[in-house]
Design a protein around this ligand. Structure first.
Ligand SMILES: [Zn+2]
Length: 72
């Protein structure tokens, strides 16, 4: 007996799907998470795009709260 796939680290878990991020990276994600994202119409991002987006959001918030974007 070789043992189940799950015992081998779950590398080929049937619950994990591969999705392309818009930057071209392949992301391994839980299938239910992918379905949820699709249902919500949200893009699927790799960790680095996610980090970029979050730091961008924080930067924008920062700018908002320091009044730097009050020019219009
Ligand atoms: Zn990406």
């Amino acid at each position: 007996m070789m043992g189940s796939l799950a015992e081998m680290g779950g590398y080929y878990s049937p619950d994990i799907g591969k999705v392309y991020c818009e930057c071209g990276s392949i992301v391994d994600l839980d299938r239910s998470f992918i379905n949820l994202k699709r249902k919500l119409g949200k893009p699927i991002e790799c960790p680095s795009c996610r980090n970029n987006r979050i730091s961008q959001d924080i930067e924008n918030l920062d700018r908002h709260f320091t009044g730097e974007d009050e020019e219009d």
